[in-house]
Design a protein around this ligand. Structure first.
Ligand SMILES: [Zn+2]
Length: 245
């Protein structure tokens, strides 16, 4: 079994996430904008340089954390390319993975992301156990580490026209929030791939640091390999929806 974690928005509390993951020798991946248009603080270049090491990968989340589906093509291209250049300059490494702010994109966005040179892009689609999807630029996830409202779950169900998907997401999310989630708790698959994601500011806001630590402990004690997003995607395992918790 393999798991990966991604943290969005480049909030300064990402440093606390990093110190928790360091304590367990586990890898994780951060998606950072230079500025956050939603009035949240962001890590500076010197923080990104410190954060970027063998265990922690930094990738792009646009320049200003704007929802791309609402922008002109030119502005989308600017946000995508400038965000990539910002991360590459800050950490001195090629940035191959993009993450859509708010999971928002339109028909043209995916082309722009691909044309900017990204090999993969992560969405906020949930309810999947996978390392790979049929579209490199629409990578789904398993579940957010944070509270989900019934309305948000309903939106996910309607988007996919799948009530069952909504039920699956709700079950996984409840289990994480109740610290009862366990890997491989059914017999459908021998090999499982989990992608957890979240925002460090939400972990703080909803007091979920213990939940996160307990999730890490559960994965480690079940011998689940914890890898970076890049290593996860490079496995090229085809995605499939989670069937249960
Ligand atoms: Zn974001």
């Amino acid at each position: 079994m393999v798991a990966t974690f991604s943290w969005d928005d480049g909030h300064p509390l990402d440093l606390r996430v990093a110190s928790l993951f360091n304590r367990y020798g586990s890898k994780c991946t951060f998606y950072v904008p230079k500025n956050n248009s939603e009035n949240l603080p962001t890590l500076g270049v010197s923080d990104l340089k410190t954060l970027s090491n063998d265990n922690f990968d930094i990738h792009s989340h646009t320049l200003n954390h704007l929802y791309l589906n609402k922008l002109s093509l030119e502005r989308q291209a600017f946000e995508i390319k400038s965000g990539k250049a910002y991360v590459e300059d800050a950490v001195g490494k090629r940035d191959d993975i993009f993450c859509y702010p708010g999971g928002k994109y339109n028909a043209k966005t995916i082309d722009l992301v691909r044309d900017a040179g990204f090999l993969y892009a992560r969405t906020v689609t949930m309810g999947f156990e996978c390392a790979y999807s049929s579209n490199n630029w629409l990578m789904p996830t398993t579940c957010i580490i944070g509270p989900l409202t019934n309305f948000q779950i309903l939106k996910h169900s309607l988007k996919r026209l799948s009530l069952r998907r909504g039920v699956t997401i709700a079950r996984i999310n409840n289990a994480i929030m109740n610290k009862t989630w366990k890997p491989g708790s059914d017999n459908f698959h021998q090999s499982r791939f989990y992608h957890f994601w979240g925002h460090s500011w939400e972990i703080e806001k909803y007091n979920l640091w213990e939940h996160l630590e307990s999730l890490l402990q559960i994965l480690i004690s079940a011998d689940v390999e914890i890898v970076s997003n890049q290593e996860f995607y490079d496995r090229k395992i085809v995605c499939e929806p989670s069937r249960s918790i």
